[in-house]
Design a protein around this ligand. Structure first.
Ligand code: PRP
Ligand code: MN
Ligand code: MG
Length: 176
């Protein structure tokens, strides 16, 4: 598809918001001896890298890859773990980090799986949220920006695997 990308949220606005989220997360986990930030690959890696550097906490990192099969238009979406965490999370404070929540299926499933492992706490932080697209409820602790149902890229979010490295949130605009 021929398209252009327009700035929707500027690099400066993204950075300022992430700094604020970092402060809030730091305040929440005062006294914790380890906060594990778990990134869902691949989208979350750029946001996670920025976010963890805006906290003043003893952070450790781990990653998971979840993949959804079937049509994203149907509520029967099956989410599978393609790459599991490297370490055990039992008894630990966990912040699950996502780039964007759309239908909610990915996070809902991952949250369910991680809960069974009995972490001490399990919170969710997402850079972007598209509430109008939600099909299953997910309890989200921190949201960077709530956005309308636009096709967005940048800060980790791709269009056919491209644009993840854009330092701003862009909107994909189709060209004739
Ligand atoms: C995107 C995004 C979220 C998920 C959100 O990932 O990064 O992980 O979809 O959609 P949902 O709320 O409807 O489940 P994608 O599957 O495109 O993989 P990627 O992170 O590798 O781009
Ligand atoms: Mn993803
Ligand atoms: Mg993607």
């Amino acid at each position: 598809m021929k398209h252009t990308v327009e700035v929707m949220i500027s690099e400066a606005d993204v950075a300022a918001r992430i700094a604020k989220l970092g402060e809030e997360i730091t305040a929440r986990y005062q006294g914790s001896d380890e906060v594990v930030m778990i990134g869902l690959l691949r989208g979350s890696c750029v946001f996670l890298a920025d976010l963890c550097r805006q906290t003043q906490l003893p952070i450790t990192l781990d990653f998971m890859t979840a993949s959804s099969y079937g049509s994203g238009m149907h509520s029967t979406r099956d989410v599978r773990i393609l790459k599991d965490l490297d370490d055990d999370i039992k008894g630990k404070d966990i912040v699950l980090v996502e780039d964007i929540i759309d239908t909610g299926y990915t996070l809902n499933k991952v949250r369910e799986i991680l809960s069974l492992r009995e972490p001490k706490s399990l919170a969710i932080c997402t850079l972007l949220d598209k509430p109008s697209r939600r099909e299953v409820h997910v309890p989200v602790d921190w949201i960077g920006f709530s956005i309308p149902d636009e096709f967005v890229v940048g800060c980790g979010i791709d269009y056919a695997q491209k644009y993840r490295n854009l330092p701003f949130i862009g909107k994909v605009v189709p060209q004739e």
